[in-house]
Design a protein around this ligand. Sequence first.
Ligand SMILES: N[C@@H](CCC(=O)N[C@@H](CS)C(=O)NCC(=O)O)C(=O)O
Length: 55
Amino acid sequence: MKLYTYWRSSAAFRVRLALALKGIEAEHVAINLTQGDQRTAYYTEINHQSIVPTL
Ligand SMILES: N[C@@H](CCC(=O)N[C@@H](CS)C(=O)NCC(=O)O)C(=O)O
């Protein structure tokens, strides 16, 4: 399982917190929102809304 995340995202933080509380491991993939990674063709294929998190 992969979690597309960004360290400054409060929404992604809540998912990381929930996974930790449940003891669920996920591979973290950094999507840098300040550099526009969320709008790349690569990421919009994964999340059409261009937001993090995506699990
Ligand atoms: N409730 C939303 C929250 C997601 C959200 O708003 N994520 C923000 C970061 S906290 C984001 O990815 N923004 C993209 C941008 O700023 O371009 C969800 O569907 O998960």
